[in-house]
Design a protein around this ligand. Structure first.
Ligand code: ADP
Length: 510
């Protein structure tokens, strides 16, 4: 049987370009799919970090600006921007691991350095819609045979950046062009790619799609909604989040759409890339350790205390945060419990960037408690491994959490996650209640109500467990033995691909 061909459309991939968990997923899932016989190729915008890490293969493929059946004339530059010639696709392989990839080059749109989504002042690029419309357009063209030698059976798009590809493909399908099956994955429903309705003609979107039952969202146009309405199947990154986003509390205004599509909405938990996050063989954490040899973890703790300017105290319960510092992550709650954490003999290391108010409040905590609280503002991959390996507890008290990866890394490194019971956190961490300790299922500390009392209660449970070293060790060993691997996620994803491929494509309602 010929292998299933999948075009995997996303905006970032570790280690070349990463702003969050999406990059880890784009690095972890495709190889796991390939290991199960899927012929998977990535499509990404040619951001400079990606161009630098990809070895080109073969000639460039021009991307025509539009005019496909069922679509208006096509994409054009935004007034006031000086975009050059039409975009082109360059095939290649990620130099570090040989992963096949297409990079979409578009003069003026991607090659300008800095953050892929934000300009120097931290605002979304003024031509953000244009950037990702072209990505969707290139995906739709590859999906309908632009590369004569490789035509995908499935186009799998990730987050709002890929959303318009589903609208273009639907229109092409309606006009009689054979289209691939389509799968759309929500990594975070809160980021939706919503733009002024007037951009429509310049994005090659027919007016017929601009309606309540299409990609119109409160008078504007929503890339996310295009993905939700026009894909054959939808996945998201944990079973709990798949349910939560169908409720008004967590649906970000799109819960109604998601309820309509519940029959094709699947929650598939993310995995951990064991080649990157393995405490025994992590080059950033040496000597390594495992559940039976924890000396390396004690050494990692001592090193971390030294690096971060904390008192070298082996028995201080060391809490950490490695995160975007945002309200989504619940980190506005943290400053209000830091004094108690220190009074109880704990220490805290924070590694993150984000909200100025949260940063200032955490820095004030560090000033109040020198030697006990250390805050490193910045994004630092190597330090993130040192922090997770050297800490006792990782804090993820999120308001909402599609999956969350750092709690999975914490489990792997015997750094017990302290989490709020939401989304993927609820699916992956089991509280140290007495009954869970008793039956050996406990793997961390879980609280429910978003607020300082809940977070404070969970912190006290961590201190209580520390006073029962045998129990602590049992929980740690259980946590380290848990496996959230990409092979399982790939099996589930492949099942969704096959289901989507088996039905007549382009049949999404609306
Ligand atoms: P999200 O994608 O919502 O930010 P996830 O937990 O899914 O959250 O993924 C975050 C990823 O980014 C993890 O791999 C985490 O280790 C990494 N990360 C977050 N903040 C930092 C930082 N300041 N330095 C290094 N890595 C970070």
């Amino acid at each position: 049987m010929n292998s299933l061909k999948v075009l995997y459309v996303c905006a970032e991939v570790y280690p070349l370009l990463k702003t969050g968990g999406l990059a880890d997923v784009s690095a972890g899932l495709p190889p796991a799919l390939a290991a199960q016989g899927v012929d998977v190729r990535l499509l990404l915008p040619a951001f400079p970090a990606l161009v630098a890490g990809v070895t080109p293969e073969g000639p460039a493929l021009p991307v025509p600006a539009g005019g496909a059946p069922g679509l208006p004339a096509g994409l054009g530059p935004q007034p006031g921007t000086a975009h050059g010639p039409n975009p082109w696709l360059q095939r290649g392989r990620i130099s570090a691991n040989g992963q096949p990839v297409w990079l979409l080059h578009a003069p003026g749109l991607y090659g300008r350095g800095g953050n892929p989504y934000l300009d120097a002042s931290g605002q979304p690029w003024a031509d953000s819609a244009q950037q990702f419309a072209w990505l969707g357009w290139a995906a739709a063209l590859l999906g309908t045979g632009l590369d004569g030698g490789w035509r995908p059976d499935v186009v799998h798009g990730h987050d709002w950046h890929s959303g318009l590809c589903f609208a273009y493909l639907r229109q092409m399908g309606r006009a009689g062009t054979p289209v691939p099956a389509t799968v759309f994955t929500i990594h975070n429903l809160a980021y939706q790619g919503v733009f002024p309705a007037e951009l429509r003609p310049r994005l090659g979107l027919p007016d017929a799609l601009f309606q309540l039952n299409g990609l119109e969202f409160h008078g504007q146009l929503s890339f996310m909604k295009a993905g939700l309405k026009y894909s054959d199947a939808i996945t998201t990154v944990s079973p709990s989040y798949a349910h939560e986003i169908t409720t008004p509390e967590q649906g970000c205004g799109l819960d109604g759409v998601l309820r309509q599509r519940r029959a094709v909405l699947h929650g598939i938990l993310n995995g951990v890339d064991n080649t990157v996050w393995d405490p025994a063989n992590d080059p950033l954490v040496q000597p390594g350790f495992d559940a039976d040899h924890l000396q390396g973890k004690a050494l990692a703790k001592a090193r971390l205390q030294k690096t971060m300017g904390l008192k070298k105290q082996a028995d201080a319960l060391l809490f950490c945060v490695v995160s975007r510092l945002t309200e989504q992550k619940g980190l506005h709650l943290l400053p209000s419990v830091v004094d108690e954490l220190v009074q109880r003999g704990g220490q805290l290391v924070v590694l993150g960037t984000g909200d100025a108010g949260i940063v200032a409040a955490l820095q004030a905590c560090a000033q109040r408690h020198p030697g006990q609280v250390a805050v490193h503002i910045g994004y630092d991959e190597a330090l993130s491994h040192a922090v997770i390996a050297g800490s006792d507890v990782i804090l993820v008290p999120s308001r909402f959490e599609p999956c969350g990866l750092t709690q999975l890394y914490g489990l792997r490194y015997g750094t017990l996650p302290l989490v709020r019971a939401v989304g993927g956190l609820a699916d992956t961490v089991t509280d140290c209640s007495l009954e869970n300790l008793d039956d050996g299922s406990a793997s961390g500390f879980v609280f429910h109500e978003l607020g300082a009392p809940g977070l404070g209660g969970a912190l006290r449970r961590a201190f209580a467990l520390q006073r029962r070293p045998a129990d602590w060790l049992a929980v740690q060993r259980h946590a380290m033995a848990l496996r959230f691997d990409w092979a399982r996620a790939a099996t589930d994803t492949l099942r969704v691909y096959r289901q989507a491929h088996a039905i007549p494509h382009g049949t999404a309602p609306a």
